[in-house]
Design a protein around this ligand. Structure first.
Ligand SMILES: [Zn+2]
Length: 307
């Protein structure tokens, strides 16, 4: 059954004469009008929200694919979308602009969900000497913590649209089953890895490392634009030599220059470890989603840690 038809039946007899009276256009309008407007920030928030919402919502991501979310700011058009949203989903910390955006685009009916809320965040790797310590926002890269984010999004959708609670619950359960499978695959593949240390471009994989007993050594800090000092670079090179690191990971959305310098210095290979901060055009062409990219990340880690 078409979703607009379901919706018009749910709306009941009182409205049905309007729908039948106005023909197809009214039916199409009813289809978007009946749907929840869910505005999300960057890719994992979009993907988790879409998985839970199913057919019941129009889900949009503010931060376009190919953009790095750490240094993004909303435009006037984005602010209008935030104001108009029934549900607004963000991770927390990555999106430093959210508090002021939500207060200037004030809305009474909007349900706001900070998906990482309730997860105890780790302090960032101490790379930024002399700066106050930062909390690490990259919880979506841990398949276990990602499940908590999915549940937080589910609760927000249920609050905004209680009529479809059962569907949100079912969709969330199904997606969480996939995340559990992903978690098992990581556990199985990494528990007997020959090496436990890996070098990344920025400190995105701290939660994943902790979950699977690995050690992440980031070249940059919590945000990719924090360029390392020569001393910090030297430390990473030293660590990599000491632990026989043979692969230096770089990212899809960030210039690989510093990662390449480290790799050249120790004669290591480079490979991609994707922090899922946005999809590239190539990811989209290859139909890759969160689970697909995480599966590639697992293969890349497995290969690097067994060299
Ligand atoms: Zn990041």
């Amino acid at each position: 059954m078409k979703s607009w038809l379901k919706k018009s039946i749910v709306l009941g007899a009182g409205l049905s004469f309007i729908l039948t009276g106005c023909g197809n256009q009214a039916k199409e309008a009813a289809s978007t009008e009946g749907k929840l407007k869910v505005v999300t920030t960057f890719y994992p928030m979009y993907e988790f929200s879409k998985q839970v919402a199913g057919d019941h919502a129009e889900v949009v991501a503010l931060i376009p694919s190919g953009a790095e979310p750490h240094d993004w700011e909303p435009s006037a058009k984005d602010m209008a979308a935030i104001k108009d949203a029934d549900v607004f989903v963000y991770n927390g910390i990555v999106e430093g602009w959210v508090d002021s955006a939500l207060s200037s685009a004030a809305s009474e009916q909007r349900v706001v969900v900070e998906a990482s809320k309730g997860i105890s965040l780790m302090e960032g790797e101490e790379h930024e000497h002399g700066e106050e310590s930062h909390l690490d926002p990259h919880v979506w890269l841990d398949p276990v913590l990602a499940q908590q984010e999915v549940r937080a999004i589910q609760a927000a959708l249920e609050q905004a649209d209680p009529g479809n609670k059962k569907d949100y619950e079912k969709n969330a359960d199904q997606y969480i089953a996939k995340l559990q499978e992903l978690d098992h695959a990581f556990k199985e593949a990494l528990s007997n890895a020959k090496h436990k240390e890996f070098v990344t471009q920025h400190a995105a994989f701290g939660y994943l490392a902790k979950q699977y007993g690995l050690t992440q050594v980031p070249i940059s800090g919590l945000s990719p634009e924090q360029e390392p000092s020569p001393d910090e670079m030297a430390e990473v090179v030293e660590f990599a030599k000491e632990h026989q690191v043979r692969t230096i990971f770089f990212e899809t959305l960030v210039d690989p220059k510093v990662a390449q310098v480290v790799a050249d210095e120790i004669g290591a290979e480079t490979a991609v470890l994707n922090p899922l901060e946005g999809l590239t055009a190539e990811d989209i062409r290859n139909n890759l989603d969160y689970i697909g990219i995480m599966t590639h990340n697992l293969e890349a880690l497995k290969a690097a840690l067994n060299k």
